[in-house]
Design a protein. Structure first.
Lengths: 355, 355
């Protein structure tokens, strides 16, 4: 990459995301430095006929079930016609685990390692040397420009079809650094039940994530039952080209949408074109999505998953560098949003726990 | 609008669209100058059990029915699983009429007239004076900048909710300049049948139009059975704001996507995230969409509606300033695309004809 190209890339790439990653790295939350307690694997008995068997009876389960009953009661005051039953879900920290680092960041590091043989100069060149050495402190020291170079190298320069294959192959084999399990087994069983429960009641379920849309689409249908066209995420620009007479879309190192905070509302508007009636998140990056959803007229449901279980998962909120949750906790009561206290309300955490 | 703002607006607004409109105007295709023959209103008998009763038995109907039979035959070599049954449709000229001018351009002119009382200076200021005087030659003479100013005034500056209401009210009352019928009655009955037929066979039907997505979404569900989230179109940028504590999306005079030609492939990728198996268009603006669709592996269907009926609709192709069709006609045979000869293959044209 020339100096001019690097400058252009830096200008366009998601600065907020890069800064977040730097914060993670410089505070020592590199993945080698983070431990996690062994997960409990004692699934409780599942009451038959219960649509949310992994949820303890409690305020959150009651709020979700009551909401669904109200909007589906034909002739009732809160009835919502099926086409308007749109529910949106954040991904990282809401549908699957986001600790110790976003899964997509782990992918980026692995991707740089996989590409290294084609780039012998990376062996002695920052920031790639830091990635290849597994030296997170040195990567952090390379600053925003370094992170951006890593993310660009990992995500751009191939076609959309090629990238989908790369993601599919990675997600099939990659393992969580401490749990040593597939990332797709670290999806939350209680949330899988909410997805299925809503769909059984005529809802269309969407992912609305700050993560890259093309990083999610290859596996969301299999893992969540959510097809590609119901996945909204951050995206980079693409360029239509012909290669040997065949059209391809080439992925460019330029950001097209940062689907986080107010960007989630923009993404929802662009892709769905109407306001959801229910939204689920876990961090302040989801605040505007919940606000947008619950400020519409008629019945609305806003839900925040609060990570409170340091034994079975992780406990984090206001001080966390990933999934920071401050304003959501402060304002949930007055806005009528449901806060799921994970430790008390979830019988099991991960899909893999129930196996 | 200040000079600097006008400059910014001009830089960002859809130049291709503006140039197209100029071409329409300068060549005298103003709506006052275009006539149309009265449509036949003698619907033929509909054979019972025929999913496409407004289609004569002919090569296009056979190709469509054969394709659907092949992809839905469980265990057959061309079976396509239901989630992958994605079909995309251009709107202007494919699902509804686009002559003598795009419906959205008629909307823009009416919108300027509706806004004029709030802008007394428009009475004597180009390009608005030309619109208010109904002087299409003068509007054309105002050039690209003039057209862009008209389109920006008509489309930006309000919230997405406000704009949806404006469109809904306009489409309910506006009438086609020569047929004097609602635009939503000038949708093609044979294509409504194709939409319903595909959906009955497990397809998800999408609109992929060069027109503005927010101009279509308020009425596509009612008219075509296509919900807002299955409408892809050109879009302008929006900005998230709070007004009296309530979130709104403000429509800005900056283009975000021109969903035409290769832009249709980009729009499909952004919103759907997988390749359609069938695509329907009518102009060279649809070429790349059909190419993208039919160059995937497995069974594929590409269809071009050829406007050949000067009596019942309009006849136009290579020389037309709207819906120009040259490359599509030239390459359809070798690419295996179906060309619908409207005059010979459609028993009726408009939905209103069958009433």
């Amino acid at each position: 990459m020339s100096g001019a190209e690097a400058s252009t890339t830096r200008r366009h790439l998601p600065v907020a995301f890069a800064l977040l990653l730097i914060a993670i790295l410089v505070t020592g939350h590199g993945r080698a430095s983070l431990g996690i307690a062994a997960a409990s694997s004692q699934p409780e008995r599942i009451p038959s006929g219960d649509p949310l068997p992994s949820w303890h009876d409690g305020p959150s389960k009651k709020a979700i079930v009551d909401f669904v009953a109200r909007v589906t009661r034909a002739g009732g005051p809160d009835f919502v016609a099926p086409p308007a039953r749109i529910a949106t879900f954040d991904n990282d920290g809401t549908l699957w685990a986001e600790q110790p680092v976003y899964v997509q960041f782990a992918f980026a590091l692995d991707r740089v390692k996989a590409l290294a043989p084609q780039h012998p100069d990376w062996r002695n060149r920052a920031p790639f040397k830091a990635v290849l050495d597994g030296d997170m402190k040195a990567l952090a020291a390379s600053g925003e420009q370094g992170i951006v170079e890593v993310m660009a190298a990992a995500h751009a320069g191939n076609t959309t079809d090629e990238f989908a294959t790369i993601v599919s192959e990675w997600i099939a084999t990659a393992r969580h650094p401490t749990r040593k399990t597939a990332y797709t087994d670290m999806v939350y069983q209680p949330m899988l039940e909410v997805l299925a429960y809503l769909r059984a009641n005529g809802f269309k379920t969407y992912i609305v994530s700050g993560g890259g849309v093309e990083f999610m689409r290859p596996w969301t249908e299999r893992v969540y039952g959510i097809p590609p066209e119901q996945v909204i995420g951050s995206r980079i620009k693409v360029r239509h080209e012909l290669r040997n007479g065949q059209p391809v879309l080439l992925r460019l190192p330029e950001v097209d949408l940062v689907d986080d905070k107010a960007g989630k509302v923009v993404g929802i508007h662009q892709v769905i074109g109407r306001r959801p009636v229910a939204a689920f998140g876990n961090s302040d990056g989801d605040f505007e999505m919940l606000e947008w959803t619950t400020s519409g007229s008629g019945p609305r449901l806003g839900v925040i998953v609060h990570h409170t279980d340091a034994d079975r998962e992780w406990a984090y909120d206001r001080a966390s560098h990933i999934g920071q949750l401050t304003r959501g906790l402060d304002e949930a009561p007055k806005r009528g949003w449901v806060v799921v206290v994970m430790k008390q309300e979830w019988r099991v955490i991960f899909r893999s726990d129930g196996k």
